[in-house]
Design a protein around this ligand. Structure first.
Ligand code: C5J
Length: 218
């Protein structure tokens, strides 16, 4: 069985039952001049994932394993945005440099050019931080008989962590790739990754993408 050097133990996976999850690599979060940067965040901390993720996508696309992209956002009338979220994120729905912020169909809501999904890949739109909440993700994974997830994307301590926790509770084994997940805050990146692999892998495993690429290219 393919095995990747990972923390806290080597991660074993089956090529027939593993999917790649690419979380929220959206312009609103990653582009200079976008929503993330307008909050005072350093987008370079997220943009360093683009190169490794591009390499991973290239290798993954040469296999038959599924790829699922997610996008955080809301309907134009905000009917799927809880008032509590809007209260703490009043910019949601406002017009920014790349259209209405975190609104489906807007330029900023879509995935960055470098990592655009191919037509045969799945895109899951989610109103929350976790990719399972209020989406069809579980059904999609069950249909493809997925048991393990390779998790990438942004941000490490928010949408990646929430999704990994949701997946873990649903019985999926999650491998998080340290160089393919990013946080605006270096201390949260470190802590977020440590929390996943702590206590014998309480939420999953952590590895670097070159080790996985080597294994899937075999
Ligand atoms: C955030 C996300 N950070 N994709 N969203 O609000 O992590």
């Amino acid at each position: 069985m393919p095995t990747v050097d990972a923390k806290p133990t080597p991660f074993e996976f089956d090529l027939d039952t593993t999917a790649l999850l690419v979380i929220d690599m959206q312009r609103d979060f990653l582009l200079p001049g976008g929503f993330g940067e307008s909050l005072g965040n350093d987008v370079a901390q997220l943009r360093r994932t683009i190169g490794p993720l591009g390499e991973l996508l290239k290798a993954w696309r040469a296999t038959n394993m599924p790829i699922i992209h997610t996008r955080e956002g809301h309907k134009p009338d905000l009917s799927d945005c809880p008032p509590a979220k809007l209260k703490r994120g009043p910019m949601i729905g406002q017009t920014g440099n790349f259209g209405r912020i975190l609104i489906q169909g807007e330029y900023g809501h879509d995935i960055i050019d470098e990592l655009q999904p191919l037509p045969n890949e799945t895109v899951v739109d989610k109103p929350g931080k976790g990719a399972f909440y209020a989406t069809d993700l579980q059904e999609i994974l069950e249909k493809s008989n997925t048991k393990s997830l390779v998790v990438t994307g942004v941000t490490t301590e928010v949408c990646v962590h929430t999704t990994v926790r949701e997946a873990n509770d649903r019985g999926y084994e999650c491998l998080v790739l340290a160089d393919c997940v990013g946080s605006y805050f270096p201390e949260f990146q470190q802590a977020g990754l440590r929390m996943i692999a702590a206590q014998g892998g309480i939420f999953g495993w952590v590895a670097e993408s070159p080790a996985l690429i080597e294994e899937i290219a075999r």
